[in-house]
Design a protein around this ligand. Sequence first.
Ligand code: ADP
Ligand code: MG
Length: 237
Amino acid sequence: MIQISDLHKSYTMGSNSLHVLKGLNLEIDEGEFVSIMGSSGSGKSTLLNILGILDDYDQGTYHLGGKLIQGLNETRAALTRNEMIGFIFQSFNLISFKNAMENVALPLYYQKVSRKKRNLIALEYLDRLGLKEWAHHLPNEMSGGQKQRVAIARALISKPKIILADEPTGALDSTTSFEVMDILKEINDQGKTVIIVTHEHDIAAMTKKIIRLKDGVIEEVIKNGELQLFKDRIRTE
Ligand code: ADP
Ligand code: MG
């Protein structure tokens, strides 16, 4: 599903350049449940944004579903993104003046689905996430856990193959965090590839594969509790 080879990414600010990803190799199969860990500033969000075609990379290759993702213009990038990927963020990123139903329906608006139809489908998704009664509430009337469930419904509504979540539990208390992780696990059980960024070990432990980023490469991969030897690792040994 995802194949990344020798990926490099730098940020340039004026005359300074920060080399964040330094020849990273990564493979994720369809249906995997993966967490990406690493200290703050290690490039987790940078990697996730590249995976989600929100940002470009400088060198190497990224194949998504067999297709090379490189130098796409914004229209092509958006098309691939809408077809393949659902996003979940730490701060929910809901539109504050739209109610839960309208927030969930938004991706279908961009797909030019009629208002009546997209709202009906949004209600179905809210129902699945146990939020039907909250359909007409605004985000600021909801708890953090409820807002994240709205965001999950919004990520699912376009039937993506992959869910990418950047610290999805970062703004939640631990009980609510585990509830959100249970939902992500269910989504994975239904066949979707789920990739989350987290710095919490107990959250990462709920996924099936833990990828640890360090110094711009992958330091280790732990799958079902077992350390896997990795190209990046071998090269640095
Ligand atoms: P993480 O998510 O692991 O905390 P990030 O991927 O957000 O790390 O950032 C990695 C490094 O790149 C950090 O040093 C950060 O300050 C820097 N960085 C991230 N985004 C940008 C940007 N748009 N412009 C310049 N520097 C950035
Ligand atoms: Mg980050």
